[in-house]
Design a protein around this ligand. Sequence first.
Ligand SMILES: O=P(O)(O)OC[C@@H](O)[C@@H](O)c1c[nH]c2ccccc12
Length: 267
Amino acid sequence: MSVLDGIVAGAREDLEARRAVVPEDRLWERAQEYGQRAPAAAEVIDGLRGTDGLRVIAEIKRTSPARGPLADIADPAALAARYAAGGAAAISVLTEPRRFHGSLEDLETVRSEVRLPLLRKDFVVDAYQVVEARAHGADLVLLIVAALGRRELADLIALARKLGLVPLVEVHDEQEAARAVDAGAEVIGVNARDLRTLNVDPDTFARVADRIPAGLVRIAESGVRDPEDAARYARLGADAVLVGSSLVTGDDPAGAVAALVAAGRPA
Ligand SMILES: O=P(O)(O)OC[C@@H](O)[C@@H](O)c1c[nH]c2ccccc12
C-alpha cells in the first residue's frame, strides 16, 4: 500500500466516524449559511491569477509524513493573520489529523480571524468532506487526482461548485494534468511531491505546466524554500505557489510571505 493509500484509508475511517455524529443534511445547512457570506467563486479564482505577479498561498501545517514535526502552531489564527499581513492571497489549512495534526477546528478558528479565501487541505474522497469543508468556512477544497477515480473526480468537482466552493485539483504528472483538464478544473495545483512515494522532484512543474491550457490557474505546490524558488516558478508561468514548511519553520512568517511576493513580481 502506498503512503497515499494509507492516508486515504485513515481519512475514510475518520469521516465515517464524523458522519455518525453529524449527518450530512445538518452540514448542508451550515454550508449554505457560510455560502451566503462567502466570496463568489469567480472572485476567489481571480484572486489567484498571477496577472501582476505571483500569488502566495500560505499553509498552516504542523507536521508531515515526509518531514516529521515542523512547528507546534498553538494559535493557527494568529499565524494566518501574519500570513495575511505579509500579503498572502489565500490560506491553506491542513485538516488531516493523523499525519498532519490538523483539524476542522483549525479551519474554523482561522475563518473567524481572517477574511482571505481559505483552502481545506485534506484527503477528500467523499461528498461528506466537501460539504464539511464549506460548513467550516472553506472557499476552496483540494481534490487529489491520484486519490480519485474519473467519475469520483467529476462528481466531487460538481458538488464543490454547487456549494460555491472552488475545487483546487492537484496533479503530479502529465497524465494526471490531462485528467484534471478533462474534468473541467479551472484551478490546477502541480505538486512537486509524489504523494505515493513522498519524493520531491523540483522539475515537476516545468514538465507538467505545459499540459495546462492558458487561462486556467496554475499553482506550483511543495518544496518552495526561498524567494529564488518563487522567482523560478514565476518565470515558468505559475500563477501562484503553495508554501508550507519553509513558512512554519521560520521565525517571521509575514516577512517570509512578503519576500516571496516581492520575488515573484515581474521585472
Ligand atoms: O511544506 P511544503 O513543501 O511547502 O508543501 C506545502 C504543500 O504543497 C503540501 O503540504 C501539500 C501539497 N499537496 C498536499 C496534499 C496533501 C497534504 C499536503 C500537501
